[in-house]
Write a protein that binds this ligand. Sequence first.
Ligand SMILES: [Zn+2]
Length: 347
Amino acid sequence: MKKIIVSAIVLLLVSCNCTKKQTQEIAQNQNTKTAKISFAKKYANTITAKEMKTNLYVIASDKFEGRNTGEKGQKKVAAFLAKKYQKMNIPSAFGTENYYQNIPVAFFRGKSKHDSENVLAYIKGIEKPEEVLVISAHMDHLGVKNGVVYNGADDNGTGTVALLEIAEAFKQAKKAGKGPKRSILFLHVTGEEKGLFGSRYYSEHPVFELKNTVANINVDMIGRSDTIHKADKNYVYVIGADRLSTGLDKAVTNANKNLKDFTLDYKYNDRNDPERIYYRSDHYNFAKNGVPAVFFFSGIHKDYHKSTDTADKIDYDLLTTRTQLIFYTAWDLANNPERIKVDRDGK
Ligand SMILES: [Zn+2]
């Protein structure tokens, strides 16, 4: 790699008849480019399976009672997340000790018996703190039915633990003086399974103005694989990235260049997708408000929305690779000199 860069510089030098200053600039540009790649990689490599597995076995255990919106199990996972962020020294988005965005019971129109809450953690940007990237995942699931716990390990224990790991990677980078240029909001939403309530509440009561929200990356079910990819499981579905912004789509493609032999599958990005996956998770509440949004998803499997969606069935290596891809995408969106533009019509 280095050799290629050196010869590229030599070529440029020969071809442009450069002044000394130009020569220095070319060399400098090359250096910063290399530096950027290696920093992203350095922190992506802190994302490992171990912690995600430990955390997932906790939140998808029977003790969390299927994390039903407004119920004890969902409150438990909210508290679990707040504690994790506190421990990582990542503050709440409100600048207080409180990580919760409370959602009154009335908002759920009878689908929750109690108030519920989103959990919001925040890493402030170094150069453009007013511009915010939102990374979201729903923490709720289906609860207990007829005495059987629906553990929701893939849906969406995987997205939930991925966010924690991505946050930790950005926090470590910030500690080392490589904090993101833009701010990042880690948004754990509630009420998704009841009809995308938590994300809708956030979009109607945003903590940071939506016009300053650069993009939304949504993560919902990234720990399994479907029958279509039986032969090669190194894939993830990318949904919605190109609908509002070519820049967002490019950020995902660029991120994937950091991975080896990994496929971005756009099947569910088809405008005529009969399953309408694009409309079925929390990113949609951003997209419909004009915020470029991308949804990462690994597909439907036989345990989807069944009590058998358990932590032992997760492929933790795949979960790690996909989480790294999401981290690289976030790194690009948060650090690129130019904010991505809304240049598509959303269709
Ligand atoms: Zn889900």
